[in-house]
Design a protein around this ligand. Structure first.
Ligand code: S3P
Length: 434
């Protein structure tokens, strides 16, 4: 088991580029695999989650060659995937499991998706139910948990679906199934969620419309190969945005970060808290906006988190809670029950950790109340959740003593070189055991 030991204090400075965006990396492999022709992906995330996605498509007969973060995918076309000889292991990744379930529902062959202990306890009914109403044949464990057995050869019919939860994974799953369905798939979102699938489908030549929370796409379209440059992941950059904000004397430049407006909730929230963040060198890469982000330390204040920003910062809450612990006053979050079904119950696990460090918190079914204060030393259980582990490493910048974080192996799912980059920028973290 990997443990992080973080010596307290310090500040962050310099220029860093965090690894490629996880959501875009998964989608690039999926779409390139079913496109016609060869696609070159650069800046690909070498995390376990996205590497598992590569492996799954290799198991389905796609030739994928990788040289560091450059990946060449020889697309097999919409009907060219082959029956995998073994189960497809999605490891820790809810995104990979839910997106692949949509794609596999439209194939002619049978398949089975499995995951690690955390993924096997996450809810899949949110995708199984609408896929079944399209005609998919899926068998799950009790309560819609994985392993998920998918029977191939079903003729899917497009549906019109009002999503009960604001989830980009559900939306993307249904769009992938919709590519194989007869008719027009229409999806309505209760709130805006990340739109990488829509942007990338268009880049691969798919005719899709998206207006006022409604996405429409006809099935039966062919995708054409497309080169993708993956920007740095704003969710990984977020740890350093909070680090620079909370540690006095910090001045950090985060390079080449994806700033898709459906992902920038963390910047908006930190600015509302009083952070000093400026975006420069705006450009566009393969339909995705990118910028360099400069963050300097600032006194933060507690805020009431606006509900519409919740889905736009959904993965950044662990580290935003650390920002709230360092802020003056109270931060209140509600409407975020989704945090309870991520890689861990992120409301409870963060509350436990912050309490260990002496911070006053109150949990709610759908949120948390955090009173800013002084953090002490302590030993934290990350529950195998990568973002919890990294969030508490950032907390060490303002803790009164050393912080030990247990069960950090899964940091490699999204941010394999976190410790090196953190140390390079000034965070006193070291990794122990394996
Ligand atoms: C993701 C969507 C989000 C996010 C996850 C990645 C995606 O999940 O938490 O890390 O790539 O579509 P939900 O769609 O379930 O909110």
């Amino acid at each position: 088991m990997t443990r992080f030991i973080c010596n307290s204090g310090g500040y962050v400075e310099g220029k860093i580029r965090v690894p490629g965006d996880k959501s875009i990396s998964h989608r690039s492999i999926i779409l390139a695999s079913i496109a016609q022709g060869d696609s070159l992906i650069s800046g690909f995330l070498l995390g376990e989650d996205s590497l598992n996605t590569i492996k799954a498509f290799q198991q389905m007969g796609v030739v994928i060659d990788r040289d560091q973060d450059r990946v060449e995918v020889k697309g097999v076309g919409m009907t060219g995937l082959k029956r995998p000889s073994d189960r497809l292991d999605m490891g820790n990744s809810g995104t990979a499991m839910r997106l692949l379930l949509g794609l596999l529902s439209g194939q002619r062959f049978d398949s089975c998706l499995i995951g690690d202990q955390s993924l096997s306890s996450r809810p899949m009914n949110r995708v199984i139910a609408p896929l079944q109403s399209m005609g998919a044949d899926i068998v799950s464990e009790t309560g819609g948990r994985s392993p998920l057995q998918v029977k191939g050869g079903r003729d899917l019919i497009a549906i019109e679906y009002d999503m009960p939860v604001a989830s980009a994974q559900v939306k993307s799953c249904l769009l992938l199934a919709g590519l194989y369905a007869d008719g027009e798939t229409i999806i309505r979102e209760p709130a805006a969620t990340r739109d990488h699938s829509e942007r990338m489908l268009k880049a691969f030549g798919c005719d899709l419309s998206s207006h006022d929370s409604e996405i429409k796409m006809h099935g039966g379209q062919q995708l054409q190969a497309c080169d993708i440059e993956v920007p740095a992941d704003i969710s990984s950059a977020a740890f350093f945005m909070v680090a620079a904000s909370i540690a006095p004397g910090s001045d950090l430049l985060l390079q080449h970060v994806g700033i898709n407006p459906t992902r920038t909730g963390v910047i908006e929230l930190l600015k509302l808290m009083g952070a000093d963040i400026s975006l420069m060198n705006h450009r566009e890469l393969g339909g995705e906006p990118v910028a360099d982000i400069r963050v300097r330390s600032a006194g933060l204040k507690g805020i009431e988190i606006p509900r519409h920003l919740v889905p736009l910062a959904i993965d950044e809450f662990p580290v935003l809670f650390v920002a709230a612990a360092c802020a003056n006053g109270i931060t209140r979050l509600s409407g975020a029950e989704e945090l309870r079904v991520k890689e861990s119950d992120r409301i409870q696990v963060m509350a436990n950790g912050l309490q260990v460090l002496g911070i006053e918190v109150e949990t709610k079914p759908d949120g948390i109340v955090i009173r800013g204060g002084n953090m002490t030393a302590g030993e934290i259980e990350s529950h195998g959740d990568h973002r919890i582990a990294m969030a508490f490493a950032i907390a060490s910048l303002r803790a009164g003593g050393d912080i030990t974080i247990n069960n950090c192996d899964n940091v490699t799912t999204s941010f394999p070189d976190f410790v090196e980059l953190a140390r390079q920028s000034g965070i006193r973290v070291s990794s122990h055991g394996s």
